[in-house]
Design a protein around this ligand. Structure first.
Ligand SMILES: [Fe+2]
Length: 142
């Protein structure tokens, strides 16, 4: 499976997973984590459309089925439960590190091919991940 479709599959899984955390986080920082995850799922949903559209521009077929997304995603779903603030932030952090690593691979491979549009898109995503990973580290600091 090409990496853009793996990334797209991860975005589909992650968007649903971020809603799970957004709804089910509990604790003193509920409002901050609730709002932070909302900002993140708005971004993943925007990326979801942009990544599929860049595939169409390259005459590739983006995956469209939830069953295919689940089969090709590397991010793992989690069951609904009450998440503590630390559990919620740690889940988001580990998924974001995985997304950033895949985004870096896609960026570098596109760079080798001289595909500046994909390079530009994924550099923007990587900049956002770097900032959000800093926020997460700061929030998780005891
Ligand atoms: Fe909401």
């Amino acid at each position: 499976m090409n990496k853009l479709n793996v990334y797209l599959s991860n975005l589909a899984v992650w968007t649903a997973k971020l809603h799970n955390i957004h709804w089910n986080v509990t604790g003193g920082a509920f409002v901050q984590v609730h709002e932070f995850t909302e900002k993140l799922y708005d971004e993943t949903f925007e990326q979801y459309d942009a990544v599929a559209e860049v595939q169409k521009m390259r005459k590739e077929m983006p995956l469209v089925k939830l069953s295919d997304f689940l089969a090709h995603a590397t991010l793992k779903e989690v069951d609904a439960k009450d998440f503590s603030i630390d559990e919620a932030l740690s889940l988001v952090e580990s998924d974001m590190k995985e997304m950033a690593a895949l985004a870096k691979e896609i960026r570098d491979e596109a760079d080798e091919k001289g595909d500046f549009q994909v390079v530009g898109m994924f550099e923007e995503y990587l900049a956002a991940y770097a900032k959000n990973l800093w926020f997460l580290r700061a929030m998780l600091t005891k």
